[in-house]
Design a protein around this ligand. Structure first.
Ligand SMILES: [Zn+2]
Length: 354
């Protein structure tokens, strides 16, 4: 091998060791053929997902191993994934658990204790959760009542909101701990909704927290807004999931104007928020940076060598929406991915349902 080739191989392996951090988390709700399509994956499709992970030698790790590893700067295998379910539906036990057990895949369930307390027939019960917990399934916090934690009530000031929300999260944790013994302080935001204040509150309560915006994880990921790839409903397609699982976390140095809750924006047009992103460009093939908003490709504006801004050309709708940006790696055949969530009120200032 000539020296130049040798040098390239060394450099490539250095970069791939450094950047091949395709560590991600999958998020499911129902695993069933007869539950609402938007939050369900069929048993057949779920089996295909799990078979794919097995065949491709994905390392399926317990969620806490990923979180702890990120903290410590651990070098993960390029194909590392965790599996999570939100809400605690009975069909996770009846339909998903046998498939996960066969594959020896660990997983986590986020539950809202008051919903479990209601004892609905389609939900897991505390004894079932206890049994799963004893088998190594992580049972985690999804708020007390599955409320939109970011929303202030009418006539509620920020301090009262903080006190109420803090009480909600800690009470949920207390009930889970009482039922199952002390569990990890991990929270999945109901509906994936959070704002800057909630991130700070959750951090002050010493919780790790997860959203529902797409993306891989890295050491730089905000530990109170860890992304997960939704993998049910319209995201259940294995072909697109395969691509997502190979993406890496966008190497972000700084995000500006990234409070997801748009009515709290005090600058610019809150219906067309201008997100400013500063990147570590060392492995990014800059011309390939592309952003998508509401399914349309939009132009980005480079502000300086490593910072760009992107804004929607049309008003964002009420409810939840996203900006997604991808860029190709210079050294690997995969993409970096950034997803920024937004939450918007209705025209009349009320909040959308669901
Ligand atoms: Zn939920």
């Amino acid at each position: 091998m000539r020296f130049k080739q040798f040098l390239i191989v060394v450099l490539l392996s250095f970069f791939s060791a450094f950047y091949a951090k395709a560590v991600s988390i999958l998020q499911y709700h129902h695993v069933s053929d007869d539950t609402p399509a938007s939050t369900s994956i069929s048993v057949e499709q779920f089996t295909l997902h799990m078979n794919y992970l097995k065949q491709q030698n994905y390392k399926v790790l317990p969620l806490n191993e990923i979180v702890d590893g990120l903290k410590k700067g651990k070098k993960f295998d390029a194909k590392t994934v965790a599996i999570t379910f939100d809400d605690g539906y009975l069909n996770v036990l009846t339909n998903a658990d046998p498939i996960l057990k066969t594959n020896e895949f660990p997983y986590a369930i986020f539950v809202a204790p008051q919903e479990i307390n209601q004892g609905r027939s389609n939900m897991l019960s505390w004894p079932q959760l206890k049994s799963l917990s004893e088998q190594g399934v992580l049972i985690l916090n999804h708020s007390l009542n599955h409320d939109h934690l970011n929303r202030q009530l009418e006539n509620e000031d920020i301090e009262a909101w903080k006190a109420r929300t803090s009480e909600d999260i800690t009470t949920a944790q207390r009930i889970i701990d009482e039922q199952l013994g002390p569990q990890l302080k991990y929270l999945a935001y109901p509906y994936g909704e959070y704002n800057t204040e909630l991130l700070a509150l959750v951090k002050s309560l010493d919780f790790i927290a997860f959203g529902q915006h797409s993306g891989a994880l890295s050491k730089q990921s905000n530990r109170q807004a860890l992304p997960r790839f939704p993998a049910s409903g319209r995201y259940a397609n294995l072909k697109t999931l395969k691509v997502k699982l190979q993406t890496m976390a966008m190497p972000i140095k700084k995000l500006t104007n990234d409070n997801p809750q748009l009515d709290q924006h005090t600058q610019g047009n809150p219906k067309r928020p201008e997100l400013v992103v500063t990147l570590d460009l060392s492995d990014i093939y800059k011309p390939t940076l592309t952003c998508y908003i509401l399914g349309e490709k939009v132009d980005v504006t480079w502000i300086d060598k490593s910072s760009f801004s992107v804004a929607s050309n049309i008003d964002l709708p009420a409810g939840r929406s996203r900006y997604n940006c991808t860029a190709q790696s210079r050294t690997k055949s995969s993409y970096y991915w950034l997803s920024q969530p937004w939450i918007n009120r209705n025209e009349d200032g009320s909040w959308p349902q669901g």
